[in-house]
Structure formats: C-alpha cells, structure tokens
Ligand binder design. Structure first.
Ligand SMILES: Nc1nc2c(ncn2[C@@H]2O[C@H](COP(=O)(O)OP(=O)(O)O)[C@@H](O)[C@H]2O)c(=O)[nH]1
Ligand SMILES: [Mg+2]
Length: 287
C-alpha cells in the first residue's frame, strides 16, 4: 500500500513537472520582456515603442509630442510584467461572463475594458497580453459579431480586464444596450481601450463607440491593431489622422495612441505597462 502511494505521488510529481516544463517551453519568445531586452537596440525600440519607431519616417516639423506622453523606462516595463505573470499568490484567470448588467460580477478592484469592431483583433490582443499565463482561456470567436457577452478576467487582486462584445457587423443593438449600461454604471472602470484596425484606421462603425464614450465622459485610449499588416506609410497616415481626430474632436481620449501587433508583439509590453499604470499598480512618476 505504502509503495503504491509513493509511486502515485512520484508519478503525479513527474506529470506536474512535465506539464510545467511544456507550458514554459511553449511560451512565445517575445512574450517575455527579458528576452526582448537581449535583442539589439533597433529591434528593442521597434518592439517596445512602435510609435517612436515611426518618427524616423516623418518629415521634420511634424509634432511628435504625443508620441511619448507615456514613456516609461525599460525597468518600469519589466516591473509591470510581473502583474501579467501568474504565481501561487497571483492567479490570472477567466472569471465570468455577463449577458446583462445584473450578471456583471461585483468586483471592487480597478477595471479596464477592451472595445472594438468584430474582427479588429480584441481576443488576440488579450491573448497576447496574457501570453505569460497561457492557461487563461480567451475565446476567439470564429463568427464575426458572435461574442455578445462581457467576459471578465481577474488578474490577482490587482485589476480586472473585460473583453466587450464586438460591434459593427450584426451586433449594434446588443452592443449598445449592454455596453451603455456597463459604461455608465461601472464605478471601478479606470480606462477603456478602443481598438481600431491599423490598416483601415477609424471606420464608420467606430463612431458608435466614440460617441458613446464621449457622451458618458469615459476616459479612453485608441489602440491600433494588426500593425504588422500595414506598410510604414499607411500606418503613419492612420496614426496622424487619428491623432488629429483625437485633438480636434474628442474630450476624454488620451492623446497618445498605442499601436500593437498581437502576432509580432509590437507594443504589447508598453501596453501592459500602461494598464499597470492606469489601474494604479505602477508607482510611476516619470511619464
Ligand atoms: N496579422 C495580424 N492578424 C491579427 C492580429 N490580431 C488579430 N488578427 C487576426 O484578425 C482576426 C480577428 O481577430 P480576433 O482577435 O478574433 O478579433 P475580435 O473579433 O476583435 O476578437 C483573426 O483572424 C486574427 O488572426 C495581429 O496583430 N496581426
Ligand atoms: Mg473576440
């Protein structure tokens, strides 16, 4: 009996070890900032500060002040990553979903939410942000407009991240009804990340979200997705157009854009650091 128990324990320990090693091994290289810090300076800048990297392609005289309002040191970026690393005392996990406001979980920790057209790359971005916790299940819907729920992810006791239903194709009613209620009533919502496709820029359907955020006075910030797909010229054109839009037509929008690629990991580490900052988890003084 004793030997049986011992063998079982050994077997379990071995299984756990192998599972841990497999998870560790399968992490994408660029998911961890330590690996990026080992890259050459040019690659490091391109991956970490994609907006600043674009400055090289600008003619002189263009105002780039808004390119580095949030400009943390590499140390801060590395420090912020700890929030996105699960541990025994810091679980990162899917928490619950809500299809109506009365299903929304009562949570007091700071919250951030991700909004955007269906197919803009929301789920992939959340996956990239959580890539150091690959066991977190972020559902990637195959059907555009299919995610009609608010999905809540808990990052330890530090903050909650919310994946909002996509709008645009076939979803405007569901979207406005539930999202309006959430935005108006959620007291602990610290920032809304509005995702716009880096290849197409702001589209007609995005105005639904922009109008709503402006009307309710919700602090938000533009994230430009899939920048690996856009040429430098197109990306610059879209960045400058959105910057102008933010300056002239918005009140509650943060003037710096966050270009990202969930495949190439451009901007992911800076975005993690910004999330840490807006949720009050980074004692940053140098922005
Ligand atoms: N090239 C590229 N494709 C992406 C990126 N992010 C998402 N996609 C693709 O865009 C499609 C929609 O992404 P998804 O995250 O499901 O969008 P959602 O509907 O907003 O959640 C999928 O086919 C993804 O593979 C990215 O950063 N780069
Ligand atoms: Mg999705």
């Amino acid at each position: 009996m004793f030997y049986l128990q011992k063998t079982r324990k050994l077997f379990e320990a071995n299984w756990l070890l192998r599972r841990y090693a497999a998870t560790w091994k399968s992490l994408p290289e660029k998911a961890s900032f330590a690996n990026i810090l080992r890259m050459d300076h040019k690659t490091l800048t391109k991956l970490t500060f994609p907006l600043q990297d674009l400055e090289r392609y600008l003619v002189s005289g263009v105002n780039t002040e808004n390119f580095r309002i949030f400009n943390p040191s590499l140390d801060y970026i590395q420090w912020a990553e700890l929030l996105f690393r699960p541990s025994k005392d810091h679980a990162i996990d899917y928490f619950s979903s809500a299809i109506r406001m009365d299903h929304v979980p009562l949570l007091s920790q700071p919250e951030v939410c991700f909004m955007g057209r269906s197919n803009v790359g929301k789920s992939c971005l959340i996956k990239a942000l959580f890539s150091l916790a690959p066991e977190v299940e972020v559902r990637v819907s195959k059907t555009p407009g299919h995610t009609k729920k608010l999905n809540f992810f808990k990052v330890g006791k530090c903050f909650t991240l919310v994946d909002m239903p996509g709008y645009g194709y076939r979803a405007p009613e569901d979207f406005t009804e539930m999202v309006e209620a959430y935005l108006q009533e959620r007291k602990n919502l610290k920032r809304t990340f509005l995702l716009v496709d880096g290849v197409t820029g702001i589209q007609e359907a995005d105005n639904i979200a922009i109008d709503m955020l402006e009307e309710f006075g919700i602090p938000y910030v533009f994230v430009l997705t899939k920048i690996d797909k856009a040429s430098k010229g197109l990306l610059l054109k879209n960045v400058l157009a959105i910057q102008d839009f933010v300056e002239q037509r918005t009140q509650g929008c943060f003037p710096q854009l966050f270009p990202v690629s969930s495949i190439e990991y451009f901007g992911i580490h800076l975005l993690r650091c910004f999330i840490a900052h807006v949720t009050g988890n980074l004692p940053i003084t140098e922005t």
